[in-house]
Design a protein around this ligand. Structure first.
Ligand SMILES: C[S@@+](CC[C@H](N)C(=O)[O-])C[C@H]1O[C@@H](n2cnc3c(N)ncnc32)[C@H](O)[C@@H]1O
Length: 297
């Protein structure tokens, strides 16, 4: 399908996000939330203390459908949870959001409005591979950090692309000309998320303490479900980031590869994933730890 046949909204064309925000993309984000939670076992990492009271504030950067916001709110009914996004078209009507939540239009590449700075106990970021530009999350991290109170926590959850591999239920080896293997290699070649393994170092450079990345290999029976989500996001990517001018262009070619990989799922072939969460805390006092205190105003 050429780009012209895809109804890509003009506001999406204008920003640099390389996925779509249509209803299929929203279905993926919502399914992904529950699969992610099933794999890692939490909404908020157990190292992070949560006080279930109205003065405890949590920010979700790039909230998407706001599914994390609403699920955290169900778990901690008294906290305040705010979802920030460049484009909130995938989120529910504000009127239908739970009391004690809000949705705020905000570009994570720009400094946050002063009224949000140093207000939050926890900042959550998840699935920003298609948001971070030039393989450098520094700007987004610096702005996220400004939202935090001293002593606040950050959790940033992502895939490490180099950990995505092709698996076959039938054999130890992957059959020749395997489209799923091609897809795994295609994902590596996008170069998206090369920065993810660097997150603990980037946190430590910004004076966060005890930055640690936790890895959660998925269960074999869920590989098919995760692979189907990857089909969906890669389809989005082919429309948003690849050349779709002719039927020989990179976009249509990638979609043809995905169609072959879909067939292969019927023969027990799928992708394997290792979701990660990196967690760290800001020191309680300015400048503690001898590092750079980039959270100063
Ligand atoms: C892959 S989705 C992840 C959504 C959500 N974090 C989740 O885990 O379900 C990425 C989100 O980032 C948002 N986004 C893209 N560019 C952004 C920017 N510059 N600032 C803030 N959010 C952005 C998109 O609108 C989208 O909602």
């Amino acid at each position: 399908m050429a780009n012209s046949e895809q109804n890509i909204a003009s506001d999406e064309r204008r920003d640099s996000y390389t996925l779509q925000r249509n209803f299929q993309s929203s279905i993926r984000l919502n399914a992904q939330h529950y699969l992610w939670k099933d794999a890692v076992g939490y909404n908020i990492h157990p190292r992070i203390p949560v006080l279930d009271c109205p003065t405890f504030k949590i920010a979700d950067i790039g909230t998407g459908t706001a599914i994390w916001v609403t699920d955290v709110k169900r778990e901690y009914p008294r906290v305040q949870v705010d979802g920030f996004d460049l484009n909130l078209k995938q989120a529910p009507a504000v009127k239908w959001m739970p009391h004690g939540t809000s949705l705020i239009t905000c570009d994570a590449r720009k400094p946050p409005d002063p009224r949000f700075q140093h207000q939050y106990d926890i900042v959550n970021i998840r699935l920003f591979l298609a948001v971070v530009e030039n393989n450098d999350p520094s700007i987004i991290l610096d702005h996220a950090l400004r939202l935090l109170k001293p002593g606040g926590w950050i959790q940033w959850s992502e895939h490490v692309m180099s950990d995505i591999s092709c698996k076959s239920a039938q054999a130890d080896t992957i059959p020749p000309h395997c489209a799923m293997e091609e897809l795994a290699q295609f994902l590596q070649r996008t170069n998206l998320g090369r920065w993810v393994p660097e997150l603990p170092k980037l946190f430590a450079e910004r004076n966060f303490t005890e930055a640690e990345m936790y890895k959660y290999p998925i269960l074999p029976h869920t590989r098919l479900f995760w692979t189907q989500m990857q089909f969906n996001s890669t389809m989005d990517y082919t429309f948003m980031a690849l050349d779709n001018d002719t039927s020989d262009s990179a976009g249509p070619q990638a979609r043809e590869m995905i169609a072959r990989a879909v067939e292969e799922t019927q023969r027990g072939i799928a992708l394997d994933f290792i979701p990660t969460t990196t967690v760290a805390q800001l020191p309680l006092t300015w400048g503690e730890g001898g590092g750079r205190s980039s959270y100063r105003l």
